[in-house]
Ligand binder design. Structure first.
Ligand SMILES: [Mn+2]
Length: 324
């Protein structure tokens, strides 16, 4: 049995898309919402199995990975998140690159020598590597209009991955992957008026209008913070909205807080936090979020799963003292 284990965001989906366009394979798809990164442990592997694992931190999946390797499974792993100590194992093919200006789809693009380069560029846009994606698109000779198309498609696929649970999403990530696999080029998706692109475009506009109507709860030169209500629309738009804010104001950090469903036992209010480091200084977000009990992430983009309401002030202070 082959398992394709991948993050449910644009980078994870498009990393796998490139591999399966290049090498079609019957596989069991293991994925989830973007935040659901503990995926390898969900696979019950045996010696005969092979796994492809994409765009989820090896450090966070190390127990599942070791179990799969111990069972004798062969694992191909590509990622750009914190890896921890990479196991030295003959059955592990690890392709890890922690460069802040790369993403998993670009790692795969290199391995495939640019075979599905337009897809890889769309993924880079989707992972908010705008400058890198622009550079690659220019090098590939795409027009301004084509660049905008790749950027919008990547952004929309990325947007689809955000939610607390798969039911929040417009497409479950495995369904979206299967739908997109019909298109060898992202421009074919845009040319097909029945493709997910148009459904996501409409949904995105509706969710974004709701987010844009919310005023900041904290605004300084160092940090803009916004609080969105406890709705599926907020959970879908929060991450992409954070990217939009970061691009609008590249010298400031941004935090988008989405109110969680209150804790059933004590009705405690907590927030899901998306933190973006200033684009002009892509550092610190992972460390800041990691200093709160349910937080973590990368230097440029990180989050906290359940920040108690009474810790919001401490969070603001942690962000501002880091970037001051
Ligand atoms: Mn990624």
């Amino acid at each position: 049995m082959h398992y394709d284990v991948f993050n449910g965001d644009a980078d994870g989906i498009i990393a796998l898309l490139q591999l399966r366009l290049a090498e079609p394979k019957q596989s069991t798809l293991v994925t989830g919402v973007k935040r659901d990164i503990n995926l390898v442990a969900k696979v019950d592997t045996t010696e005969a199995d092979t796994l492809t694992v994409l765009d989820i931190s090896m450090a966070k999946n190390i127990d599942g990975l070791n179990r799969a390797l111990d069972a004798g499974a062969k694992v191909f792993y590509a990622d750009h998140h914190q890896a921890g100590d990479i196991p030295q194992h003959e059955n592990l093919d690890a392709n890890i690159d922690l460069d802040a200006n790369t993403c998993t789809a670009l790692i795969i693009d290199k391995l495939l020598e640019g075979k599905f380069h337009a897809w890889a560029i769309a993924a880079a846009y989707g992972d908010n590597l705008i400058a890198k994606a622009d550079e690659l698109a220019d090098k590939a000779g795409y027009s301004q209009e084509q660049k905008e198309q790749l950027k919008e498609l990547g952004t929309l696929i990325n947007y689809n991955g955000y939610g607390a649970k798969v039911e929040d999403l417009h497409f479950s990530p495995d369904e979206l992957f299967k739908a997109l696999l019909q298109y060898p080029s992202p421009f074919d998706v845009i040319a097909d008026s029945n493709s997910p692109y148009y459904q996501l475009q409409k949904a995105y506009q509706q969710d974004m209008e709701l987010a844009l109507a919310v005023k900041p709860t904290h605004q300084s030169a160092l940090l803009g913070m916004f609080e969105l209500p406890n709705t599926a629309a907020s959970r879908r738009i929060s991450g992409v909205y954070g990217n939009l804010l970061a691009n609008q104001n590249p010298d400031s950090a941004h935090a988008v807080l989405t109110e969680n469903v209150p804790c059933p036992e004590n009705q405690e209010i907590t927030y899901t936090v998306s933190l973006r480091a200033p684009l002009s200084n892509k550092q610190g977000a992972g460390g800041i979020c990691g200093s709160f009990p349910t937080g973590g992430g990368r230097a440029a983009a990180a989050g906290v799963n359940a920040l108690p309401k009474e810790q919001v002030e401490a969070f603001i202070e942690a962000v501002e003292s880091y970037y001051r």
